[in-house]
Ligand binder design. Structure first.
Ligand code: ATP
Ligand code: MG
Length: 566
């Protein structure tokens, strides 16, 4: 596990751009792009790429394009395009009028391909897909040249045009770059540039039946858009010679490709292929399930864009693969919410407390602070009465030594209210379960302090019973049992053994302070002692909010840092 300090980390790409600006390499221009394939929803790994591309462009007064890499019509959908745009906007970035699609350039890409044919640098191959694979060789053995490799320019031009016109069935032939079948880099062994695919495209419809491969499309799209720094993840490092080869062969504007390590996170998966399986096999309710590491899931969980951007700044940009602990992401979230979320009291698993010496049918209002971190957020009045709820876990009839909360004979403080002392319990006759706790209160401790200076070891949150507002609350745990993704990047046949069966707990009949009856979708709160909560925008109804726990208050990050420092 990488040990990460909480100050902004270094970023080697920033240094490269700064140097280019000094030498005037791109005439002072900085043009980046974020190039998602619209075949799934964006996840927190994409946020890293978005922050790098949009962030660096902003920092150097340059521009960042949003470009949909939509070269594979069989997997791409308009729903994904819309979700990607909403997510990038939500993170706080703006592509202005530069919303581009690789498919916008299909005509130009076709012309580039014809140019390479005319330069003798591309040919139509009639080997089958399987033959192409076996001719390709291995890491230790060179490939073999296709018998069709030496077709004439005229013949290639004619065949390619006929491919485009739909004269051949899928798989009959492909267009390949003519590079080097003996290259130690497999990507350079005459890579496929175009394949036949009779599929409707979400933007170009049935205009095309041949589609460019990622390798042929990507660099050329970068070039068309005048990209200066083409920033991508490490798995494209071996593709860089090919990226350069196409641009050199075409003699067009030549951006610099720079690779960085992709983000991996503990306790979750970050690959669209696996995320799709979680959705399709019903492990979650959808792409925006609050347990998902997708931006739409994190948003619905209650994450703030600021927290995610701070996280991306802190993890930095490096070329070495590493896995970041989820605890760091949660730390960044707490840090943001701590200052902004108003604090309220809510009891998730209620236990009734009756205060025997408090007058019946009486309610008084007590002053509570909305956020001790920010006095500007003011105070509010909460009702107090003879019957209140406390958290079941805050009472033990027969406590072990280290339990300092409420138990028979013990005095504790009720936050913003009074000291109370437990004088008895009422139990269910059949089950023996404690149904009610009987207490007395000390009227002299109003507001939560004893005039005689006596101390108590615990302060409990509570909600007055008659005014309590009932609501549904959802608690979340990590999706995976493993601490890290053991096979990051690889396909996993079985999720079953790895999935945490307790990733969702739904509690109903939670008792909330009455002010929360007015909670609106997307409101955020800190429930004192319990964590940060977010009003679910999908499942809440007017007057019936559903609260998602965004994160607990426990800072495991500090602990991990201490351990890793020894
Ligand atoms: P996945 O492996 O999840 O399917 P992808 O790389 O195929 O992701 P794209 O839509 O092609 O998804 O990604 C768009 C951009 O986001 C690319 O530049 C890609 O390198 C980057 N990206 C994807 N995943 C991560 C990650 N985990 N960390 C950082 N950047 C990422
Ligand atoms: Mg991809």
């Amino acid at each position: 596990m990488a040990s990460i300090d909480l100050k902004p980390a270094s970023n080697f790409i920033r240094n490269i751009i700064a140097e280019d600006q000094e030498t005037g390499k791109w005439d002072g221009r900085v043009q980046t792009r974020f190039p998602p394939e619209p075949n799934g929803y964006l996840h927190i790994g994409h946020a890293k790429s978005i922050c790098i591309n949009f962030g660096l462009a902003a920092e150097f007064k340059g521009r960042c394009n949003l470009r949909f890499d939509d070269t594979n019509p069989t997997k791409e959908e308009q729903e994904y395009v819309e979700s990607i745009k909403a997510d990038v906007r939500w993170l706080g970035f703006d592509w202005e009028d530069r919303e581009f699609y690789a498919s916008d350039y299909f005509d130009t890409l076709y012309a580039f391909a014809v140019d390479l044919i005319e330069k003798g640098k591309a040919y139509v191959d009639s080997l089958s897909a399987e033959e192409i694979r076996s001719y390709r060789g291995t890491l230790t053995e060179p490939g073999r040249e296709s018998p069709y490799r030496n077709r004439t320019v005229a013949e290639n031009r004619d065949l390619f045009e006929r491919m485009r016109n739909g004269e051949f069935p899928a798989g009959e032939c492909v267009l390949r770059a003519k590079i080097d079948m003996a290259s130690p880099n497999l990507n350079m062994r005459d890579p496929v540039m175009y394949r036949i695919l009779f599929a409707s495209h979400h933007r170009t419809g049935d205009k095309w039946c041949i589609y460019p491969t990622y390798d042929f499309a990507h660099g050329q799209c970068d070039s068309i858009e005048g990209i200066t720094h083409s920033i991508c993840t490490l798995e494209f490092e071996d593709h860089r010679p090919l990226y350069d080869w196409f641009l050199d062969a075409l003699e067009i504007h030549h951006p610099r490709q720079i690779e960085f390590a992709r983000l991996n996170l503990t306790r979750t998966v970050l690959s669209k292929r696996k995320l799709i399986r979680l959705v399709e096999e019903g492990y979650v309710t959808g792409w925006d399930d609050p347990r998902m590491p997708t931006l739409s899931g994190l948003r619905r969980r209650g994450y703030t864009p600021q927290a995610i951007r701070n996280f991306c700044e802190r993890i930095g940009v490096a070329r070495r693969d590493s896995t970041v602990d989820m605890a760091l992401l949660e730390y960044c979230l707490r840090e943001d919410l701590n200052r902004t979320a108003p604090r309220v009291m809510a009891v998730l698993r209620p236990l009734k407390v009756v205060i025997e010496n408090y007058p019946e049918n009486h309610t008084e209002m007590l002053k509570a602070v909305n956020n001790p971190e920010d006095p500007g957020m003011g105070t509010r009045q909460v009702p107090f009465s003879r019957e209140i709820y406390i958290e079941r876990g805050d009472f033990m009839e027969d406590p072990p030594k280290k339990f300092f909360r409420l138990s028979p004979g013990r005095e504790v403080r009720l936050r913003y209210a009074y000291f109370i002392t437990c004088v008895g319990v009422v139990k269910d006759e059949k089950t023996g379960e404690v149904k009610e706790v009987r207490c007395t209160y000390d009227p002299a401790t109003r507001g939560g302090d004893a005039p005689d200076g006596r101390k108590v070891k615990a302060t409990l949150h509570w909600v007055s019973a008659p005014q309590a507002f009932d609501a549904k609350v959802r608690l979340y745990d990590y999706l995976l049992n493993e601490t890290s993704e053991p096979d990051a990047g690889k396909d996993t046949p079985e999720f079953k053994e790895r999935i945490n069966p307790d990733s969702l707990t739904v509690l109903s009949g939670c008792k909330l302070e009455p002010g929360l009856a007015g909670a609106l979708p997307e409101n955020r709160y800190q429930f004192e002692r319990l964590g940060y909560f977010f009003v679910d925008p999908v499942d809440s109804a007017p007057g019936a909010p559903v609260f998602n726990r965004t994160v607990t208050l426990r800072d495991t990050w500090a602990k991990i840092q201490k351990q890793s420092r020894g």
